[in-house]
Design a protein around this ligand. Structure first.
Ligand code: MTE
Ligand code: HPA
Ligand code: MOS
Length: 806
C-alpha cells in the first residue's frame, strides 16, 4: 500500500493536486483542496514581512546583546556605537517613553535591559542604521568592554540548580488525587527513577521580524511576523504610552511560528516601533538566525523524579512525579505551559491515585516559551517512559501495559484534574493501528532479526496520545471574524487567526465558501489586522480553525440568512428552504446565480457584510485547586515506529512509522495529513537530534543549523504511513472537525521508545530498563548501552529497580 492509497482508503478523499479538485471546485467540506498559498509558496511570490516593499527612508535595526548570563551593568558608553558607519541612532531603555516590558503575563520582561542582565544574549541596546548589515556591525560592538562594563554575578544555569536554590519564576503547581503514597507503598511492584528531556528551538524558517511604519497623529502600523497581533498592538501601545487605537498590527503570514511567535515576537515589534516613533521613519528589525537563537526562548527542557506502584498486569495503582521545567529568566507563558504539563501527565491513562508537581525553574538563560504541544509533550513523555520501564520489569510487551492502563469508557474515566473523558476512542483507534501496522507479527520478526544480528539491533514501539483541546486559560477561547460580500458576489474574509503554514486560512475559506455554495476561488482571506477584528487571542493551542472557523461561519450565516430572505421574496417559497450550491441560489423551483442575488440585495439595501463571534462552551478552570474542565474535547492518535541502531556508533534510523490520527471529521484531509506528518517529524527531532547546549558561562553554543540539527527530508522514513482515523467530534465543533496542529507532536514518542527497545535488545536478558535520556543522540544511545551492560554484569537485580537517566 503506498501513501496515496492509504490516504484515500481512510479519508475517502482525493489528495491535494490530484484529479479535478481545485479552487474552482465547490469548496466542499472534507475535500483536500490545496493550501490557499501553495502556489505562492513554491513560486516565491508569497509575501512575508521581509518581502513587503520598503518605503522610502526605511532604516534597519539590530540589537546589542549581553555578554554575561547574570551581571550588573556598571556603565554603558554607547558613543563608539553611535560613531560606527551608517548609524543613525542608538537606543537604550531610557528612550522608552512608556513601559519597558514585553512580557505577556507578568511584567518581568524588559524590552531593553536596565541595570542588570539576566541571560547571555539579552538585548541591552538597539542600533538603527542605514542598512541591515551596518546595523549588525555596530551592534556587535556590544562585545567590547569599552561599550558596556559588567560586574558579573552568580548565574544559575540548570533547572536542577534552580530547584536546589528554590528559584522559581512562579509558585510551584501541585495536584494530588487520592492516596498515592499509600497506593505506591502497598503495590506488588514499584519503579522509581529520574529522567530528563532537552528543550527545542522552534526553528521557524522565517526568523523574528517586525517592520514599523509611523502614521499621522501618533499612529503606528506594525507589520509583525506574529501569532498574536492583538498582543503586539498592546505591548507596543504600552511601550509608547499610547492608547491601543493608535497602533495597528498586521500579519499576512508567517514562515512558521510553532509557538515561538506567540509572545516573543513582542521584543522585535517593540524595538522597531520605538525607533520608528523616535526617528519618524519606517524601521525594520529582522533578527539574524544566530541572534534569534540567542535572544528568544525555546521549548522548556525538563528533569523529572518519578515513582509508581503497579500490579502484575502493569496497571498503575499509584504514581508520583515532579516535573522541573526550565522557565528561563522570566515568566513569559511558563505558568500555562506548566499547567498543561501537569494536565498531560496522564496522557491516555487512568490514574486513580496520583501526585503531580510542576516547577517553573528560574535560570539565567533565554525565557522559554510556547512550542507545539505547550508543555503537553513534556508532561506525557515521562508517563510513557514509566510505562516502558514497568513493562520491562514485568517482562511483557509495553503495548500490553499501555492498553491495561487506558482510560475506560463510562468507568475509570476521570482525569486527575477532574474532567471526565467522554469522547474516548483510544481503544478502537489502537486496534485499527495494530492491525494496519502488523504490530504483533513484526515484533516476532524483529526478535528473529536481532537474534542473528550482533551489531545492528532493531526496536519497535507503540505509543498513544490523548491531547486536550482549548486554551487552558478559559477566557482566551474566543474569536471574531468579519465577512464582506461585494456587489459582484466575491467574498472577503478577515478573522483574528494567523496563518503560519498550518492551513488555517484555507480551512476558514472553505467554511465560508461552503456557506455560500461557492468555489474557493470566490473567497479571499486577507491579512490578519487588529483594525478589523479586535482583542483576538493568539493563534495557538491548536484552536485556530475551531475558533476562527466558527466565528467566520457565524458571520457568513448572518449574511446568508439575509440573502435567503430576499431570494424567497423574489422566487417564492420559504427562506429556510433556500439552497446555496454550485454558485447558484435556488428555492421553489427557481434559481439564480449567487452574484445576481447579491446585486439585487445591494439595490434592496440589504447589509452584505457581517461580523461573527464565537466562544468555546463548557470550559472552566480553577487555578487554585487545579481542577475543572479545561478542555472542550480531546484529540487522539497513535503511532508504531521501527528503528535500527548501530550499537558501535550509536547511529540510528527510523525505518518505518505507521500513524493513525484523529482529526475528527476533517475539513481538509490533505492539510491535516500534512500537519500530522510535520508534527511527527518535528517531535522526532526534539527527542533525537536536536540538542541545546550551554557552556559553563551560560552561552548557548548550538545557535545555528551547523550545530543544532533539525530533521531533514532524509530523516523521514522511507515507509511512512499516515492516515486519519474516521471519526466525528462528539462536540459540535466546526463541521465536527478536531484541532490537529499540536497533538501529532507526541506521536514520535514511539520513535524514542523504539530506540529504547533496540538498546534493550542489545543486552539480552538484562533485568533493568535502558536508561536513555532525551534527546537520544548517538552519545546518549551509547551511554545507555554502556549503562545497561554494566547493570547487567552485576545482576540479578533486586526489586524495586531504579532508573536513573538524569
Ligand atoms: N504548522 C506549520 N506549518 N507551521 C507552524 O508554525 N504551528 C503549530 C501548528 N502547526 C505551526 C504548524 C502550532 S504550535 C500550533 S498551536 C498550531 O499549528 C496553530 O495553528 P492552528 O490552531 O490553526 O492549528
Ligand atoms: N496553548 C497555547 N497558548 C496558551 C495556552 C495553551 O494552552 N494557554 C494559554 N496560552
Ligand atoms: Mo502553539 S505552541 O500553541 O503556538
Amino acid at each position: 500500500m503506498n501513501r496515496t492509497d492509504s490516504f484515500i482508503a481512510q479519508t475517502g478523499a482525493t489528495p491535494a493536486g490530484k484529479d479535478a479538485i481545485s479552487r474552482e471546485t465547490d469548496a466542499a467540506i472534507g475535500v483536500s483542496l490545496p493550501h490557499e498559498s501553495a502556489a505562492l509558496h513554491v513560486s516565491g511570490e508569497a509575501t512575508y514581512t521581509d518581502d513587503i516593499a520598503e518605503l522610502h527612508g526605511t532604516l534597519h535595526a539590530a540589537l546589542g546583546l549581553s555578554r554575561h548570563a547574570h551581571a550588573r551593568i556598571v556603565s554603558m558608553d554607547l558613543d563608539a556605537v553611535r560613531k560606527a558607519p551608517g548609524v543613525i541612532a542608538v537606543l537604550s531603555a531610557e528612550d522608552i517613553p512608556g513601559e519597558n516590558n514585553c512580557g505577556p503575563v507578568l511584567h518581568d520582561d524588559p524590552i531593553l535591559a536596565v541595570d542588570e542582565v539576566l541571560y547571555l544574549g539579552q538585548p541591552v541596546f538597539a542600533v538603527i542604521a542605514e542598512t541591515h548589515d551596518l546595523a549588525r556591525r555596530a551592534a556587535a560592538l556590544a562585545k567590547s568592554d569599552d561599550v558596556i562594563r559588567y560586574d558579573p554575578l552568580e548565574a544559575i544555569l540548570t533547572p536542577a540548580d534552580a530547584k536546589a536554590a528554590r528559584q522559581f519564576v512562579l509558585p510551584p503547581l501541585h495536584l494530588k488525587r487520592g492516596e498515592p503514597d499509600a497506593k505506591i507503598a502497598g503495590a506488588p511492584h514499584r519503579i522509581s527513577g529520574t529522567f530528563e528531556v532537552g528543550g527545542q528551538e522552534q526553528f521557524y524558517l522565517e526568523g523574528q521580524i517586525a517592520y514599523a511604519v509611523p502614521k499621522e497623529m501618533d499612529g503606528m502600523l506594525v507589520y509583525s511576523s506574529t501569532q498574536h497581533p492583538s498582543e503586539m498592538q498592546q505591548v507596543v501601545a504600552h511601550m509608547l504610552d499610547w492608547p491601543a487605537h493608535n497602533v495597528v498590527c498586521e500579519c499576512r503570514r508567517m514562515g512558521g511560528g510553532f509557538g515561538g511567535k506567540e509572545s516573543q515576537s513582542a521584543l522585535f515589534a517593540c524595538v522597531a516601533a520605538l525607533a520608528a516613533k523616535l526617528l519618524r521613519r519606517p524601521v525594520k528589525l529582522r533578527a539574524d538566525r544566530d541572534d534569534d537563537f540567542m535572544i528568544t526562548g525555546k521549548r522548556h527542557d525538563a528533569v523529572y523524579e518519578y515513582e509508581a506502584g503497579f500490579d502484575d498486569s502493569g496497571r498503575i495503582l499509584g504514581a508520583r512525579v515532579e516535573i522541573a521545567l526550565r522557565a528561563g529568566y522570566s515568566a513569559d507563558l511558563s505558568g500555562a505551559v506548566a499547567t498543561r504539563a501537569l494536565c498531560h501527565f496522564d496522557n491516555a491513562y487512568y490514574l486513580s491515585d496520583v501526585d503531580i508537581v510542576a516547577l517553573c525553574c528560574k535560570t539565567n538563560t533565554q525565557s522559554n516559551t510556547a512550542f507545539r504541544g505547550f508543555g503537553g509533550p513534556q508532561g506525557a513523555l515521562v508517563m510513557e517512559v514509566m510505562l516502558d520501564s514497568i513493562a520491562r520489569q514485568l517482562h511483557c510487551d509495553p503495548l500490553d501495559v499501555r492498553v491495561a492502563n487506558y482510560y475506560g469508557v463510562g468507568e475509570r474515566d476521570t482525569t486527575p484534574y477532574g474532567q471526565r473523558v467522554e469522547d474516548n476512542i483510544i481503544a478502537p483507534l489502537t486496534d485499527a493501528l495494530l492491525d494496519s501496522s502488523d504490530y504483533r507479527a513484526r515484533r516476532a520478526a524483529i526478535a528473529a532479526f536481532n537474534a542473528g544480528s550482533p551489531v545492528l539491533k532493531r526496536g519497535l514501539a507503540f505509543s498513544p496520545v490523548k491531547f486536550g483541546i482549548s486554551f487552558n486559560v478559559p477566557f482566551l477561547n474566543q474569536a471574531g471574524a468579519l465577512v464582506h460580500v461585494y456587489k459582484d458576489g466575491s467574498v472577503l474574509v478577515n478573522h483574528g487567526g494567523t496563518e503560519m503554514g498550518q492551513g488555517l486560512n484555507t480551512k476558514v475559506a472553505q467554511v465560508v465558501a461552503n456557506q455560500f455554495g461557492l468555489p474557493l476561488s470566490r473567497v479571499r482571506v486577507t491579512a490578519t489586522d487588529t483594525s478589523k477584528v479586535a482583542n483576538t487571542s493568539a493563534t495557538a493551542a491548536s484552536t485556530g480553525s475551531d475558533l476562527n472557523g466558527k466565528a467566520a461561519e457565524a458571520a457568513a450565516q448572518t449574511i446568508r440568512a439575509r440573502l435567503a430572505e430576499l431570494a424567497a421574496r423574489q422566487l417564492g417559497g420559504q427562506a429556510d428552504d433556500v439552497q446555496f450550491a454550485h454558485g447558484t441560489v435556488s428555492v421553489n423551483g427557481g434559481a439564480m446565480p449567487f452574484e445576481q442575488l447579491v446585486g439585487a440585495a445591494y439595490l434592496a439595501r440589504v447589509q452584505l457584510w457581517s461580523d461573527g463571534f464565537y466562544t468555546t462552551p463548557k470550559v472552566h478552570w480553577d487555578a487554585k485547586t487545579l481542577t475543572g474542565h479545561p478542555f472542550y474535547y480531546f484529540a487522539y492518535g497513535a503511532a508504531v515506529s521501527e528503528v535500527v541502531i548501530d550499537t558501535l556508533t550509536g547511529e540510528w534510523k527510523l525505518l518505518r512509522a505507521d500513524v493513525l490520527h484523529d482529526a475528527g471529521q476533517s475539513i481538509n484531509p490533505a492539510i491535516d495529513i500534512g500537519q500530522v506528518e510535520g508534527g511527527f517529524i518535528q517531535g522526532m527531532g526534539w527527542l533525537t537530534t536536536e540538542e541545546l547546549w550551554w557552556n559553563r558561562d551560560g552561552r548557548l553554543m548550538t545557535h545555528a543549523p551547523s550545530t543544532y540539527k533539525i530533521p531533514s527530508v532524509s530523516d523521514t522514513p522511507a515507509a511512512f504511513y499516515v492516515r486519519l482515523y474516521q471519526n466525528e467530534n462528539a462536540e459540535p465543533t466546526v463541521f465536527r472537525s478536531k484541532a490537529v496542529g499540536e497533538p501529532p507532536l507526541l506521536l514520535p514518542f514511539s520513535v524514542f521508545l523504539a530506540i529504547r527497545d533496540a538498546i534493550a535488545a542489545a543486552v539480552p536478558g538484562a533485568q533493568t530498563a535502558p536508561l536513555l535520556r532525551a534527546p537520544a543522540t548517538p552519545e546518549a544511545i551509547l551511554d545507555a548501552l554502556d549503562a545497561l551492560q554494566a547493570a547487567h554484569a552485576t545482576e540479578p537485580a533486586t526489586e524495586p529497580i531504579t532508573d536513573t537517566t538524569a
